[in-house]
Every structure is written in C-alpha cells, then in structure tokens.
Design a protein around this ligand. Sequence first.
Ligand code: HEC
Length: 104
Amino acid sequence: MKKMIIAMATAGLVSFGASVYAGDAEAGKALYNSSSCAGCHGANGEGGVGPKLIGLSAEKAKQLLTDYKAGKQLGPMTSMMAPMAAGLSDSDIDNLAAFIATLK
Ligand code: HEC
C-alpha cells in the first residue's frame, strides 16, 4: 500500500511536468496498429489476450513499457509482453504512451 502511494505521488509529479512530454499520439497509433499490439490488446485498447489499456495515463503506460523493456517481472503474463517491449526505442515508447492515453 505504501509502495502504491509512493508510485501515485511520483506519477503526480511526472504529470505535473507534462509540458515537456514529447510523445506523438499519431505516430504511436500507427505503431500500435502496425506492430502486433492491437492483436493482443484490441484495436481500441479494449483488451483481449492482454489486459485492457483504456484508462492508463501516458506516464503510467510509459513506465510500464519501460519496465517491460528492462526485463522486470510485472504481472503473471510478463513473459508474453516483455518481448514486445524489448524492441521498442525510447521514442517508440513515448509515442505509444501518448496514444494509449487517448484510448477511451
Ligand atoms: C502476444 C500478446 C501481446 C502483444 C503482441 C502485446 N502485448 Fe502488451 N501485454 C500482453 C500481456 C499478456 C500483458 C500482461 C503482462 C503481465 O502479466 O505482466 C500485457 C501488458 C501490457 C501493458 C501493461 C498494462 C497494465 O495495465 O499493466 C501495456 C501498457 C502493454 N501491454 C502495451 C503493449 C503495446 C504498446 C504493445 C505493442 C508494442 C503490446 N502491448 C503488445 C500481451 C501482449
């Protein structure tokens, strides 16, 4: 619980500096559709084999993708997701995160 509060506080700080955030949602959308993301998470992030992505902030999505890329074990099915993030560049992650934040 304490860890979660710290994580939320950190996310708050990051979003406070959101004006420097450089993700391009259009580029992210194109990558989301051309990579296999949509196949597991749904065309609109509604979920499928993978969890739904609707509701994630750009900061949270970026953190998750960065953690998967770094090889961190997050959920029970990380082994399915980690290889997807492994090939993403930092700007790919920024763009995907910006796109994910637009999902409703
Ligand atoms: C083979 C199916 C598959 C593909 C393809 C895939 N994912 Fe995932 N994704 C998953 C699974 C399964 C999880 C949950 C992993 C876990 O338990 O840690 C996940 C988790 C995530 C999460 C964290 C969600 C959360 O709320 O914790 C994000 C963000 C994400 N994927 C984005 C992407 C993006 C962006 C792409 C394309 C580059 C992608 N995924 C491609 C299956 C997939």
